[in-house]
Design a protein around this ligand. Structure first.
Ligand code: NAD
Length: 483
């Protein structure tokens, strides 16, 4: 396994530096033990990082060459990630807790963003607009300049890869604020940028508390675009800070996403969707299938299958789970785990049936038993609140319209799903579900190529796909009067 150093620093303007706010302990959630410490940035560190990124942007060094050159450098970052796959997966497995095979999936997936967007650097073309004789008019797309990337702990590498690759491809410079619970793997951006030959200051990486470094970054007057992935409450604070400087945001927030399972659904196939949909990354996925709405005629059968899957998962430290299989790691922290335990207990008080799980496991680390709740009703706390853990709520419905109403009956709208053999039912659901992405007969269908983002309080703006590139560029129109 990769060995941790005793201490990791922030990366500002090409230098590894201490933080003005001191240091933070990094804990392995799979053991509860401290694994290292990391520098903590204060507002002055953030300012230095922003000024470095601004200097690189203003120099024009990223936009002067032919775009294919920038695209090749973006792809080189992806290659660096692949070349160091095992080492970063081991660090991720230790600091985030996820099983080693899931860490490998995340690091490999992170590299893929750089391939996908790097390939597109030279396709970002403007258009010419006819204005009649005597004029030439055209549009160009220009980068915003300094972009801020505020990252959560659930996919600390992949969430950053998603926006950094896109922002760099379109010629922006970058300040990353890593999540304070999982800061170590973020050094990947410094090393990858150096390996690809980006000038010092193009990418800066700081770890710091949200209320301190995060707030300083979101509200910095020289930041021209902000991408935030995290909770609704923090997203709202970030958007308000950015709005004071008239700065656009991409907000990727939470979800309470529902699969609608009709009476004709293939429940044997749906077992796979339960396994991935709610137990991948211990349910700490913004697009987790945290609610299953099942036709009342199939409820008992579905609950039986869900319980079987939950009970078959081997739960324990990620480092002991190297192979893909029926296993699950810890939640990120004891606080998050205990919050989930409390929400499950509350749902039982409110009348839900605890079919299996629901308790903290009596081993070191922050483990929660894989949990299935049935007889959940749409307005229970557990059906409305994002748990962000391995807890599935099963709700029954009588007819399609009721299913749509329940599916759309939360403040969120990140993704949704429908499981049926009937094309008419499926397409009606794709229209009725108020969410940024709808899966038909496979939870998590899609990929780097497919645009992703929320309706409602799940956020705005889109990541992934070509559409995401337009979050990082502004249109300039050039109107020329010919003499
Ligand atoms: P969080 O909102 O607590 O923290 C996210 C980041 O914001 C962290 O880096 C934190 O330090 C920073 N932050 C905190 N306060 C801040 C402030 N005032 N100003 C600026 N930055 C601040 O979220 P979390 O607990 O890290 O992540 C869990 C949440 O993230 C869940 O709700 C989940 O659904 C959501 N999430 C969404 C997506 C998506 O793509 N939609 C992906 C992953 C996670």
């Amino acid at each position: 396994m990769a060995k941790f150093a005793d201490y990791y620093k922030n990366y500002i303007d090409g230098e590894w530096v201490d933080g003005g706010a001191g240091r933070i302990d990094v804990i392995n959630p799979g053991t509860g033990e401290k694994i290292t410490t990391h520098a903590l940035a204060d507002a002055a560190d953030v300012d230095r990082a922003v000024q470095a990124a601004k200097r690189v942007h203003m120099s024009g060094v990223l936009t002067a060459p032919r775009p294919v050159e920038r695209g090749r450098m973006v792809k080189a970052m992806g290659q660096y990630i692949l070349d160091n796959l095992e080492m970063y997966a081991e660090l991720l497995c230790a600091e985030q807790g996820k099983p080693m095979w899931e860490a490998l999936v995340e690091i490999r997936g992170s590299s893929r963003y750089f391939e996908y967007y790097g390939n597109q650097a030279e396709t970002l073309e403007g258009k010419s607009i006819p204005l009649g004789n005597g004029y030439i008019d055209y549009t160009v797309y220009e980068p915003y300049g300094v972009t801020a990337h505020i990252i959560p702990w659930n996919y600390p590498v992949e969430m950053a890869a998603r926006s950094i690759s896109c922002a760099l491809t379109s010629g922006n410079t970058i300040v990353v604020k890593s999540a304070e619970l999982t800061p170590v793997t973020s050094m990947i951006w410094a090393h990858a940028a150096e390996a690809a030959g980006f000038p010092a200051g193009t990418i800066n990486v700081v770890c710091g508390y949200g209320h301190e470094a995060g707030a300083a970054l979101a509200g910095h007057a020289d930041v021209r675009q902000v991408v935030f992935t995290g909770s609704v409450a923090t997203g709202s604070a970030v958007a308000q800070a950015a709005a004071k400087n008239i700065v656009p945001c991409v907000l990727e927030l939470g979800g309470k996403s529902a699969a609608i399972v009709h009476d004709d659904a293939d429940l044997d196939a749906f077992e796979r969707d339960i396994r991935w949909g709610i137990f991948f990354n211990a349910g700490q996925v913004c697009t987790a299938m945290s609610r299953v709405l099942v036709h009342e005629s199939r409820k008992d059968e579905l609950v039986e299958k869900a319980v079987k899957i939950a009970k078959s998962l081997s739960v324990g430290p990620g480092v002991d789970r190297p192979e893909f299989g029926m296993n699950m790691g810890p939640m990120i922290s004891v606080e998050q785990r205990d919050r989930a335990v409390g929400l499950v207990a509350k749902s039982v008080e409110e009348g839900a049936t605890l079919e299996t799980g629901g308790h903290a496991m009596n081993i070191p680390g922050s483990f929660l038993e894989p949990t299935i709740l049935s007889n959940v009703t749409p307005h229970m706390t557990v059906a409305q609140t994002e748990i962000f853990g391995p807890v599935l709520s099963v709700i029954s419905f009588k007819d399609e319209n009721e299913a749509f109403e329940i599916s759309n009956g939360t403040e969120f709208g990140l993704v949704g799903g429908v499981f049926t053999k009937d094309l008419g039912r499926a397409t009606r659901a794709t229209r009725a579900i108020k969410a940024g992405q709808v899966f038909v007969n496979e939870w998590y269908a899609g990929g780097v190529e497919t645009p992703f983002g929320g309706f409602g309080k799940s956020g705005y703006g889109r990541e992934k796909g070509r559409e995401a590139l337009w979050n990082y560029m502004q249109t300039k129109n050039v109107a020329i009067k010919m003499s």
